[in-house]
Design a protein around this ligand. Structure first.
Ligand SMILES: [Zn+2]
Length: 422
């Protein structure tokens, strides 16, 4: 029989089909002699032993090897011996090459699909993936970001903390939850902590208290997107209050579109939307005031310098009416609570928070596509150890030591999009 197995130490002698697998019968092809390690005398042949092992699929069928090996026995002490098969995995009843195939595919295919394809149990696939993840955790190291983003993304059934490198747009780390405990552990284990110069995050207060102790050289910035989002939320609250006041005639024209109309920036309104806004001004002047407050809040970020931005915020604050507009007064409080971090935006070397927002929206899109049917552990591994995405931006420092920044977010997104088409 042609040796289609190509495994050292055994030769195929027969092949037959069982319901779910191709069985290849093989025999050990060695004329080995065994010496008893204790008695130092030759051992004698003592029957044969039949064992089954899973191997890589053949003709798109799972393969089971049925290997027959002679057993040897020491006549003096009764010790038994059998030829070792070097192609077997140490931990599983499977060939090394099958375990390799599963390792290569376990982040791109589902465990169930891999189990069906190879004929091994789903749990075996899971264990192989788990071992691989542990190995990667020990060996893969990414460069500590100089400009770090910290945010939350809803992934695999919960809000996960994602730490990004904002200079290179790579994922640096993923934590199961964004709690003080998780972050403290992360910061404690972070190599080159002193390298971090900027940290960009949202308006999450607990973080502000703890991070300074861990990152001695870092300045905290609250990103622009999360700040202006509060102005939008304030406007939304006002809209819900006043929209009911629209007259019936105008309701038809305006009501349906009023929500997104007022959320839009003034310069992006179409002529029809300008007309609708004029109706709002006429019928609900309070809502128009809220709209104008939102618009002028946004323009704070158009200021080229920190002092000018702070002045613009003061001027904006002074325009708030004494009565009403409570959601905007809440916004003022929030700005004061995070004053230094919000205005640190103007101290940053470049527009860090744009990179933060773009990276984050990429991650959110990716998580929407990755989420289904995967555990957190696997999603994290798929994200952090994606071979393709890790190639982007990696290189060698002084020609020797490999430098990696982590998986590139746009590449991760592309992968997630293409796997959705499968
Ligand atoms: Zn012996």
């Amino acid at each position: 029989m042609l040796d289609l197995l190509n495994l050292p130490g055994i030769k195929p002698v027969d092949m037959y089909k069982e319901s779910k697998a191709l069985i290849i019968v093989a025999v050990a092809d060695v004329a080995e002699t065994f010496i008893c390690p204790d008695c130092k005398i030759p051992m004698h042949k003592h029957g044969t032993r039949k064992n089954k092992f899973s191997d890589t699929p053949l003709y798109m069928e799972p393969v089971r090897l049925e290997v027959q090996r002679p057993r040897f026995r020491c006549e003096s002490c009764g010790k038994m011996a059998m030829s070792k098969l070097s192609f077997l995995d140490d931990k599983r009843r499977a060939t090394k090459r099958l375990v390799d195939v599963i390792r290569q595919q376990c982040f791109s295919a589902t465990f169930r699909a891999l189990a069906d394809e190879t004929g091994v149990a789903v749990n075996t696939v899971k264990n192989i993936a788990h071992d691989l993840i542990q190995e990667l955790e020990q060996t893969v190291r990414y460069e500590t970001p100089v400009i770090m983003g910290i945010d939350e993304v809803n992934l695999a059934g919960g809000y996960r903390c994602i730490i990004t490198n904002l200079t290179t747009n790579n994922v640096f780390e993923m934590l199961e939850e964004r709690t003080q405990d998780h972050l403290k552990t992360f910061f404690n284990d972070l190599p080159d902590r002193e390298k971090v110069e900027w940290v960009c995050t949202d308006l999450w207060r607990p973080f502000k208290r703890s991070f300074a102790a861990f990152l001695p050289n870092a300045k905290l910035i609250i990103d622009k997107f999360h700040v202006v989002k509060m102005a939008l939320e304030a406007l939304e609250e006002e809209r819900r209050k006043y929209q009911v006041q629209l007259s019936k005639d105008n309701l038809i024209n305006v009501k349906r579109s009023i929500q997104w109309l007022i959320l839009k920036r003034h310069e992006n309104l179409t002529p029809a939307e300008h007309k609708a806004l004029a109706i709002v001004r006429e019928q609900i002047p309070e809502l128009a005031i809220a709209y104008d407050l939102k618009e002028s809040f946004f323009t704070i970020y158009d200021e080229p310098e920190k002092q000018l931005a702070q002045n613009a915020f003061e001027a904006w604050k002074n325009r708030l009416p004494h009565e009403g507009m409570e959601p905007f007064k809440k916004l003022v409080k929030m700005v004061h609570n995070h004053y230094d971090e919000i205005f640190a935006y103007w101290d940053a070397p470049f527009t860090i928070t744009n990179a933060f927002t773009e990276g984050l929206s990429g991650l959110i899109k990716m998580s929407n596509r990755l989420g289904r049917g995967n555990s957190y552990e696997i999603i994290r591994a798929k994200t952090l150890y994606s071979v393709e995405a890790r190639k982007v931006g990696s290189g060698f420092r002084s020609g020797r030591e490999k430098v990696e920044y982590g998986p590139h977010i746009p590449t991760l997104l592309k992968q997630a999009e293409s796997s959705e088409l499968d």
